[in-house]
Design a protein around this ligand. Structure first.
Ligand code: PMM
Length: 271
């Protein structure tokens, strides 16, 4: 079964849960709830990557994530830091995080690769093309090879840089980056073509939870997308399908529901 990575967004403006856990106390308490619900990893982030988001100051990002990481690590949680910044990754690792979840795959701040290389951390290397304020302008995969092969090749170049910085393959996890410079059609193609990414031989993490392509799929008769907090059943269906594909991890908001779905799937496969 895949690992469940529970999302702790310590931000005022994330698309799915912005503002709900934006004080350290609220975020710590939410992280505890996710562990109780069965999260294997807590992914703690202080920068919203919703389309159109503007970037926080480094000091603000640090102030959001470091106290939350320290507190949850002290309680025994396995923590990843969701950041594109070397400085934040460095301080998060010092506070006890053991995974760096870099949605830019080393493109936003290449020094992050050196920080990870100098540690023993796992590096989640996501497919990305640009910051959130303009990423949807970059959602074009018109070349002859199509979105799956293009994302695979672009991820390979990120892996080349990670290797060159000294991060061994065993510490690298790849992620297709659903919704990042991608339309709904691109996301569905990537999910259907996941085995092409798996063929690269790295562990895979996928983050479909509550994303807008599910809102579009579940749109009402007048075309209105399904609300963010009403996309859970579709998220669970994808969690189960991803588990059947053999991915290493799924990044989700509702850990309890995903854990129930995975336990059910696991029981089905047991005599
Ligand atoms: N998606 C979001 C943020 N961080 N990290 C990884 N590795 N993969 C993702 O798909 C991903 C991510 C955006 O979702 P959120 O605003 O709900 O956290």
């Amino acid at each position: 079964m895949p690992l469940l990575m529970g999302v702790v967004n310590v931000t005022p403006d994330s698309f799915s849960d912005g503002g709900r856990w934006d004080t350290p106390e609220a975020a710590i308490s939410h992280g505890r709830d996710l562990v109780r619900d069965g999260a294997d990893i807590l992914d703690i982030g202080g920068e919203s990557t919703r389309p159109g988001a503007t970037r926080p100051l480094v000091a603000d990002e640090l102030g959001r994530v470091v106290p939350v990481i320290s507190a949850l690590v002290a309680e025994g949680a396995l923590v990843s830091v969701d950041t594109m910044r070397a400085e934040v990754a460095e301080q998060a690792l010092r506070a006890g995080a053991t995974i760096v979840n870099d949605v830019s795959g080393g493109l936003a701040d290449p020094r992050i690769l050196d920080v990870v290389a100098a540690s023993e951390a796992t590096y989640i290397c996501m497919h990305w093309r640009g910051h959130s304020d303009h990423m949807q302008d970059l959602a074009s995969y018109d070349g002859p090879s199509g979105v799956v092969a293009t994302v695979r090749d672009e991820l390979c170049r990120r892996v080349d840089d990670a290797r060159a910085a000294g991060i061994p393959d065993e510490r690298i996890v790849l992620d297709p980056g659903l919704g990042f410079a991608k339309t709904a059609k691109h996301n569905w193609a990537l999910l259907a073509g996941l085995s092409e990414l798996q063929a690269l031989g790295f562990r895979l993490l996928v983050g479909p939870s509550r994303k807008s392509f599910l809102g579009t799929l579940l749109k009402g008769p007048d075309g209105t997308p399904r609300a963010v907090d009403d996309r859970e059943a579709a998220t669970l269906a994808l969690t189960v399908l991803l588990a059947q594909q053999g991915v290493w991890g799924v990044r989700v908001h509702d850990v309890r529901a995903s854990r129930d779905a995975l336990l059910t799937l696991e029981r089905w496969g047991r005599p």
